[in-house]
Design a protein around this ligand. Sequence first.
Ligand SMILES: *[C@@H]1O[C@H](CO)[C@@H](O)[C@H](O)[C@H]1NC(C)=O
Ligand SMILES: *[C@@H]1O[C@H](CO)[C@@H](O)[C@H](O)[C@H]1NC(C)=O
Ligand SMILES: *[C@@H]1O[C@H](CO)[C@@H](O)[C@H](O)[C@H]1NC(C)=O
Ligand SMILES: *[C@@H]1O[C@H](CO)[C@@H](O)[C@H](O)[C@H]1NC(C)=O
Ligand SMILES: *[C@@H]1O[C@H](CO)[C@@H](O)[C@H](O)[C@H]1NC(C)=O
Length: 511
Amino acid sequence: MSGQRLQLLLLAVVAAVGGCGAFQLEEATVDAIQLGFRNGTVTSRQLVVAYLDRIARLNPLLHAVVEVNPDALAQADRADAERRRSPSPRRRSALHGVPVLLKDNIATRDRLNTTAGSLALLGSAVRRDAGVVRRLRRAGAVVLGKANLDEWANFRSLEGTGGWSARGGQGRNPYVLSAAPCGSSTGSAIAAAANMAAVTLGTETDGSILCPSSLNSVVGIKPTVGLTSRAGVVPISPRQDTVGPICRTVADAVQVLDAIVGYDSRDAKVTRAASKYIPPGGYMQFLKPDGLRGKRIGIPNGFFNFPNGTVQQIVYQQLIDTVRKQGATVIENLDIANLTVIQDVLNNGEQIVLPAEFKSSLNAYLSDLLYSPVRSLADIIAFNDAHPIEERLKDFGQLVFLVAENTTGIGRAERAAIRRLNKLSADGLEKLMAEKQLDAVVTPNDSISTVLAIGGMPAITVPAGYGGRGVPFGVCFGGLKGYEPRLIEMAYAFEQVTMVRKVPKFLSTTF
Ligand SMILES: *[C@@H]1O[C@H](CO)[C@@H](O)[C@H](O)[C@H]1NC(C)=O
Ligand SMILES: *[C@@H]1O[C@H](CO)[C@@H](O)[C@H](O)[C@H]1NC(C)=O
Ligand SMILES: *[C@@H]1O[C@H](CO)[C@@H](O)[C@H](O)[C@H]1NC(C)=O
Ligand SMILES: *[C@@H]1O[C@H](CO)[C@@H](O)[C@H](O)[C@H]1NC(C)=O
Ligand SMILES: *[C@@H]1O[C@H](CO)[C@@H](O)[C@H](O)[C@H]1NC(C)=O
């Protein structure tokens, strides 16, 4: 089919999925949904039906969703009944009755599979919901389904799988279908961008929320490690893994953040340590239109290397001007010590410690499953070897798995590597931010993800523009552990004054 015909067909498809009667589904925010519930223009059931319809129509093209929840309608009915019984919205969570998509590495104890995109885990059963899912259910959210991802959250091979998983297929960027959707929370970002769910969850070890959010023009929050529980999440690294929202607006992402943060006895050490960062009264209070005023924002060298005159260079220059006009002090030309060492993931120490952390934590995850066809990393490697076609072994290999399988726990070399990573972080961004008294550093897309990852530090990415061919890019506000309140202030103020995000048009431009 020609590109143009495909595009026309898609536009027709999208036009046909208008939504639910009087309620405007496309771009509906959490607040709009709650208002719709209250004023009677929409029910949770109607929302679920409309999103399922949209998923059915768009997923053959975008491959954002692996599974939809056969119980989603029943959950929606329950939420609708609860609302009818006690109409007062007070004390009810903002996510009550709101459909949520979960990255497929986040466990649910229901009829949905949890597979990290891999056929090896198909048919396995978890003992319990992930900690964040328990919180979402308690908030009354409807689990709509599981989102596609880079298989094994991009930890199978060095090449990565570029938004592909054996179970979900090739995720596509809804703005420019041939452009990279990035990962590993690929489906979550695509689904949010294309209005296939009200809100979604992703996970990040190093860039997996920030990158797909940037490239699919949505908002991603990568929380401080430990702010959100990782219990029941297919793991990579207990030092670096974190779960966070991917949504279309900062306010929606903050609503979700409020619902999922907090102590979890099954991930006790880090969630206890991070609970001191959670502000009384939650995060919504930081949605301030003047949130940039008085902030000190650093622009570190080494990230904005665009040739003069390119769209990106112009847009990012405008962005810095915007931030200044909103009352922030922008400090340019800052150096993060040892930046090239930190960003060299094959030499910074991550290559020593991540495979060892992965093997031991994955094996612990697998052994805790109620039922599973695979019980160890070795089993998964053997499964891939036995299913080379379905698992596209020729294209992507499984070198990282093989390296990880060779590790024997956290020994002397690994502990030394962890100390090195901690020191790189302490001497790097942590020191710079303290010395210059910064509230945030601003960088493009996920380019700073490793700097943040090794220190367990948070960031928010917000849509910043569209490149020459219409491929989205984002701007990232990163900070020290626990800086979520001020990052939210800045990201929200930036979003409100720029309002960059556009609805995707599924362009089939090739390049
Ligand atoms: C009800 O809420 C929806 C969505 O939030 C809004 O678009 C609509 O205008 C409201 N309708 C009435 C009658 O208040
Ligand atoms: C989960 O996987 C099984 C195959 O093992 C499949 O039959 C079932 O439909 C899947 N569940 C959903 C909700 O898709
Ligand atoms: C880009 O343009 C600025 C301002 O015109 C100039 O100062 C700078 O040298 C240029 N940089 C490059 C790499 O051409
Ligand atoms: C794993 O260890 C074996 C034995 O030392 C070695 O032959 C093999 O090359 C190693 N594999 C990887 C991927 O490092
Ligand atoms: C950000 O992403 C856009 C879209 O892929 C790309 O054009 C741009 O070069 C990226 N910027 C950086 C610094 O990676």
